[in-house]
Design a protein around this ligand. Structure first.
Ligand code: EPU
Length: 421
């Protein structure tokens, strides 16, 4: 195990190149299972999560090669059984369920366990596949999906108690592309990552309309062919660097981004008094003319404020004068970062799904424990601005979702060390 030591107090300045999106790469890699042909996926970030996905594809029978950010997959012959040992390492492994069901009419995937950001059920994924005609059974911790007869298109609503589901929409979409007839997914997730997956599927020969909105219409086709695709930039990595620029920067530019995907994040920064400017593929953050103001945000499905940026804004609010509040509606218990930030001197009151944060003048470096990917990022951000040294233990959480985070931060002037525990 490794830890990251962040020496606080070094202001950030410069440009950072954003990697391909983790949350697009995972379902897109899974979608290569839908064809026997060669697929080439570019800008796949080098992360432990994408590497787990490649191992899963191999275990299912696909030939996989990776050269830097380009992944070649040929899934000529595949099996429906997904190995528990790999699945248990990454919750997003669940997204092989849709393509396996679409292509083989059979899938066996371990039921994902609990997760530190809250209860993460998969009922909507299963409901969607059942609508298409698959039978779902639980046995020995595994989900068994089987359709004796070909799947049939239908109209369904995938909206749940907490809104739409990203990977649930992905799973149903990937099964529906090879399903006879028309499938209409109402209450679909409209996140850019779902649209990116749909764009890849369309290149493979799928007929899909409405991806990127809450109503997706799929006209099933008999088979899909190989395709090449470049994954969209990671809006959460970009947002994290923008917050780094806000918290302790003198001009940070994120390059190779889609500014429209970051709108809610940049709007919140603007409203707080930071200077934010965009070009076609970059966003720059500079300190504003006065001191920043507190903000009040609520996480929502896209295009609302992303839950995956909530922890980073919580770290930022710790150093903004006055009161800020953050309400988390997607994963109401996703506040593991709060107690660690408090150890660094933050003034945060947690009340159910809402954090009220009163800015303090400085945070002080401390040993802290990373708990999940975005919570860990929040601790790194706090460490950059803190007085003294912050040690972030369990660094593997960050390596799941940020490609070379410490190297990129160093290029902006941060001083960090990665050391073995
Ligand atoms: N939900 C259900 N039933 C389901 C599925 C989801 O009730 O069958 C609930 C969840 O419990 C949650 C809400 O619906 O309250 C939304 O969950 P969603 O299914 O959209 O989450 P996900 O698809 O499992 C993806 C991202 C997460 C991101 C969420 C929300 C990937 C690999 N993961 O998860 O990313 O937080 O969407 O935007 O795409 C991260 O990158 O750090 C991360 C956790």
């Amino acid at each position: 195990m490794e830890k990251l030591i962040v020496h606080g107090g070094n202001r950030l300045r410069g440009k950072v190149l954003i990697s391909g999106s983790k949350n697009s790469s995972l379902p897109i890699l899974a979608a290569t299972l839908l064809t026997k042909d060669d697929c080439v996926i570019r800008q796949v970030p080098d992360l432990s999560d994408t590497n787990y996905m490649l191992q899963i594809l191999r275990a299912l029978g696909a030939e996989v090669e990776r050269a830097s950010g380009t992944v070649n997959v040929k899934a000529e012959k595949i099996i429906p059984d997904t190995p528990y040992d790999l699945v248990r390492k990454m919750r997003a492994s669940i997204c092989v369920m849709g393509p396996l069901t679409g292509r083989l009419r059979k899938a066996v995937v371990s039921m994902p366990g609990g997760c530190v950001i809250g209860d993460r059920p998969v009922d909507l994924h299963l409901k969607g596949l059942e609508y298409l005609g698959a039978k779902v059974q639980m046995d020995g911790g595994n989900i068994h999906i089987e359709a004796k007869k070909p799947l049939k298109g239908c109209t369904m609503n995938l909206l749940g108690k907490f809104g739409s589901t990203v990977l649930g929409t992905d799973n149903v979409l990937m099964a529906a592309v090879l399903t006879k007839g028309t499938t209409i997914i109402e209450g679909a997730a409209a996140e850019p990552e779902v649209e990116d997956l749909a764009n890849f599927l369309i290149k493979m020969g799928a007929k899909i309309e409405g991806a990127g909105t809450t109503r997706i219409v799929v006209e099933g086709v008999k088979e899909l062919h190989g395709a090449e695709h470049t994954v969209i930039p990671d809006r959460i990595e970009a947002g994290t660097f923008l917050v780094a620029g806000a918290i302790f920067g003198d001009g940070v530019m994120v390059k190779r981004v889609v500014p429209a995907h970051l709108k809610n994040v940049t709007d919140t920064l603007l409203a707080s008094g930071y200077e934010v400017t965009s070009t076609k593929d970059s966003v720059t953050i500079m300190p504003g003319s006065g001191s920043p103001k507190g903000f009040h945000l609520t996480t929502r499905v896209y295009p609302g404020f992303p839950t995956d940026m909530q922890a980073q804004f919580c770290a930022l609010a710790c150093l903004i004068p006055g009161l800020s509040s953050i309400k988390e509606t997607i994963f109401p218990q996703r506040f593991m970062h709060v107690s660690e930030l408090k150890r660094m001197g933050a003034n945060i009151e947690l009340d159910g799904d809402t954090a009220r944060i009163t800015g303090v003048e400085t945070l002080s470096g401390a040993p802290v424990m990373a708990s999940d990917l975005r919570a860990s990022a929040a601790l790194v951000l706090a460490g950059l601005a803190a007085k003294g040294t912050t040690e972030i233990h369990r660094l593997y959480h960050i390596d799941r979702g940020y490609e070379h985070l410490d190297e990129k931060l160093s290029m902006l002037g941060a001083v960090t060390e990665r050391v073995k525990e």
